[in-house]
Design a protein around this ligand. Structure first.
Ligand code: ASP
Ligand code: MG
Length: 330
């Protein structure tokens, strides 16, 4: 029996079909006798919509933030209506989503009145994306007889108050994960956790920066003593370059922690740059896999660096860069 921490990104939880695929992946891993810690991003596009709602509220554009709130509601309700039978489970889920969206509207109204918002309010607002998607995915898993338990990472990842780019306080985070997450796993339950978010010691919601769900998953993997971290995404793995720029791009079967860190830092969008930090010392393997092509092995990331026949392994692109040359007599 192995424990896998599996993170599913925005496109993997973006539509009813993709959420059904996620449920199949989790269910079949459990059926093989393994344990799974599920970590989810917000449904694709929702984080951006929540951010736009803040701007609309600041400008006093009530119509715009209302309609974004409606769009987000429909996205979630569509999944619930397609993947869940009309039972109390679905009712309970829809009620919890409505409650979160009502809270979102209230925050928009507050920003509308004040005419400004702070990083702290932004974090509370964007956190709704993951809080809703995790409830949705947990309900879909329960519908398929998985003993899934939704948990907000606000009770697990304790951070400083550097809103929008908070750093975990490792001691406290380890304690909270040991207190709340490990017992859930030991009880045979499947935790479904929010990526991206945490909370300060006082319980104020924070986020780990855009794309931070990968980092959240690595933190959970490290402290739940997982055997492997699997990042489920919408491409076949870490590639030699961006396939939208060069169609000859190929999947790299394996890369080292150092290499993937460098690729992320220099612009490859495959993993949040901090992802490997929590697990490097443990040597925990990371696999990047495609939710829409689950039979493909993906890319394995470990401490080992294998020489490539071509010398250069991968090329990244950083756009909109200016180069300043500063000269002087010296
Ligand atoms: N939902 C967040 C974002 O869009 C975090 C993530 O998906 O990793 O940045
Ligand atoms: Mg991402």
């Amino acid at each position: 029996m192995a424990t896998y921490t599996m993170k599913f990104g925005g496109t993997s939880v973006g539509t009813p079909e993709s959420i059904a695929a996620v449920a199949d992946i989790v269910k079949s891993t459990l059926d093989e006798g393994h344990r799974v810690v599920v970590v989810v991003s917000a449904m694709g596009g929702v984080t951006d919509m929540l951010l736009r709602s803040m701007d609309a509220a600041r400008r006093g554009d009530k119509w715009e933030y209302q309609s974004l709130n409606d769009k987000i509601r429909h996205k979630h309700e569509e999944v619930a209506n397609l993947l869940l039978e009309p039972t109390p489970r679905r009712e309970k889920l829809l009620t919890s989503i409505t409650r979160l969206l009502d809270e979102h509207l209230q925050l928009c109204q507050a920003v509308n009145i004040l005419g400004e918002y702070t990083p702290r309010i932004t974090d509370s607002v964007v956190s709704f994306g993951e809080r809703m998607s995790s409830r949705l995915v947990a309900a879909v898993l329960q519908e398929r007889s998985v003993d899934a338990r939704q948990m907000d990472a606000t009770q697990l990842i304790v951070t400083d108050d550097n809103f929008q780019n908070a750093s975990p306080l490792w001691g406290r985070t380890r304690e909270e994960i040991a207190r709340h997450l490990i017992p859930t796993l030991s009880n045979g339950q499947t935790p479904v956790l929010t990526g991206f978010i945490g909370a300060t010691v006082n319980g104020t919601v924070t986020t780990l920066g855009r794309g931070g769900s990968d980092y959240s998953a690595a933190i959970f993997a490290a402290h739940s003593h997982s055997d492997e971290l699997v990042i489920w995404t919408d491409v076949n793995g870490v590639m030699t370059t961006d396939p939208r720029i060069d169609r000859r791009a190929k999947v790299l079967p394996s890369v080292s922690y150092a290499e993937v860190g460098e690729l992320a830092f220099y612009g490859a969008k495959v993993l949040h740059p901090k992802t490997v930090q929590p697990i490097v010392e443990m040597g925990m393997p990371v696999r990047v896999r495609n939710t829409f092509n689950p039979d493909f092995p993906g890319t394995l990331i470990t401490a080992r660096s294998e020489a490539a026949a071509t010398v250069i392994k991968a090329v990244t692109v950083v756009r909109s860069v200016s180069l300043l040359t500063v000269g002087g007599r010296g």
